[in-house]
Design a protein around this ligand. Structure first.
Ligand code: FES
Length: 267
């Protein structure tokens, strides 16, 4: 029996039929992420102006080794290779950095903005192969949930920094007394925004109860799941607000330390 010849469909040549300015959002995302990456890398290599009074920049917290009074284990260790530049930030920044890089929201954002994969909804990729996250290296994105555990630990360190930022030492007497400065508020806001971002993590929702068929019989997990879902609804906004705030906290402490800005004591 002769088969009817099926028509061969032409691949659409245009990237998209969309008429709106679909490229604006990926362009803005690419610009902001690049600006943050450049600034954070520059700040991490400075190894200077990361403390001011009781304040410690979140880019350098926890300070494991370093020259400030916040350092847990004293100055730069003797085993540090002489050829490598040293900065306390280089020891810890990869952990929160990889938490963000592997975040489900940021993945969607930078796949579109940086790799055009695809650039936007109903806009074609400028390539024909799509391998998804099934193969190396993108399969590594699945380690996100392990970075979540580290990120939760970092929230404790940053909360401890806010506590430290409440105690101002009098240079004349050496006594520490309670106080609140603008820097204290900036560091506190940073913890609030980072917590809101972290508690809305998709992996956290899964860990606390998303894997269960029935949550109704597990009241604690049901409440935790509801809380995580509540934060998750704004995950994108928390992601950006916390990114801006952590950069601003570093800038604030840096400029105060350089004498460009003056920290105002509120209490
Ligand atoms: Fe965004 Fe986990 S999915 S922090």
């Amino acid at each position: 029996m002769a088969h009817a010849q099926l028509p061969v469909l032409e691949r659409p040549r245009k990237l998209t039929m969309r008429q709106d300015a679909w490229w604006v959002q990926p362009a803005v995302v690419a610009t902001l992420l690049t600006a943050f990456l450049v600034y954070a890398t520059w700040a991490a290599f400075q190894n200077a102006h990361y403390t001011y009074g009781p304040y410690l920049s979140p880019f350098y917290s926890p300070e494991l080794f370093g020259s400030s009074s916040h350092a847990w284990f004293g100055p730069k260790p003797g085993w540090w290779p002489a050829l490598l530049p040293f900065s306390p930030a280089l020891l810890i920044l990869p952990f929160p950095g990889l938490f963000r890089v592997t975040c489900y929201y940021y993945r969607g954002a930078y796949y579109k903005a940086m790799w055009a994969d695809p650039p936007s909804c109903t806009v074609k990729e400028p390539r024909d192969i799509y391998r998804g996250e099934q193969t190396f290296p993108l399969i590594m994105q699945n380690i996100h949930r392990y970075f979540l555990y580290v990120a939760l630990l970092f929230l404790l360190f940053l909360a401890r920094d806010v506590w430290d930022a409440l105690w101002f030492t009098d240079p004349a007497t050496g006594h520490a007394s309670f106080g609140i400065g603008v820097g204290t508020l900036v560091l506190a806001l940073n913890v609030v925004l980072l917590s809101s971002y972290t508690f809305g993590c998709h992996s956290l929702r899964h860990i606390v109860g998303g894997y269960l068929d029935q949550l109704a019989r597990r009241p604690v997990r049901r409440t935790a799941y509801a809380c995580a879902s509540c934060f998750n609804r704004w995950h994108m906004r928390w992601a950006w607000l916390s990114l801006f705030c952590v950069a601003f906290a570093d800038i604030y402490i840096r400029l105060c330390s350089m004498g460009v800005w003056h920290d105002v004591r509120i209490l």
